[in-house]
Write a protein of this length. Sequence first.
Length: 308
Amino acid sequence: MSLNLPDLRLLGVDFTCAPSRKKPITVARGRLVGAVLKLEALDKLFTLPAFEGLLHENGPWLGAFDFPFGLPREFVDSQTLGDSTQSVIAELQRRCPNRMAFRSLVDAWGNARPKGRRLVHRRTDAVMPGVSSTSPLQTRYVPVGFMYFEGLARLVSAGVHIPQMHAGDAGRVALEGYPGLLAHELLGRRSYKNSTEPDRLIARKDLVEALEQGRTRLGLRLKLSHAQRERMVDDASGDLLDAALCLMQAAWCAKQPHAGLPADMDPVEGWIATMPMPIPMPIPIPIPIPIPMPMPVAVSQPLVAVPP
């Protein structure tokens, strides 16, 4: 990235499409010094206008936001939504005045398809073995489709720059975060969210400890105050930790050329920050098949009489 690291403010945003006092948008703020990421503040935003205010904060800042920035290419093409981030979200907003209308559009498409092909994924959602993020077409249970619909439109409207997807203010940069990626690396399938049960509490403690010790492949250590550490561990929702995990992803991307994104990223699908790039399959080298040589044919020689 071309941003100056000492001056760069970093954001990790745990997003919800319907923020409230009970379930706010959570923002972790920090700065990177060498390999140490210092957590400076943990904020809560209770409305979408407050989120819009965050996006309009003066730069330079770089943030990782926990919602999908794109839709599966298969869905986009079948709906003729366009070939760029801006055209896709603009066409969706034209057809769908609200997120419930977006659900209806997705349902109509999916219901006409065979089972197992209704909630398709993007390339980035399943590139890492053992980790699969939810399809951006999912509008129930974990409604990341609603998060895409409400979140991406606001990024584009605010003029934020989304590398390789949408040209905007180069001092305000947004990337797609996914806290589950780092959490899986450190905890495996152990859950740390939405419970006060002892096993979830221990998982949150273990996760915080691992981040402080820098035990991820990102090579960064999270620096916390005692109060911040206790606040994260005691937060049974896991939202504070999710924001901190996104902050870690933002910090790593800030140090990488092209934010660590693959050069062949699909601009309507997007790419999850810190997701490993797929290893290209080697082109098989044809092995020459030896052509069998014809076996020599034995030729009978006429008998020659030997004189006595």
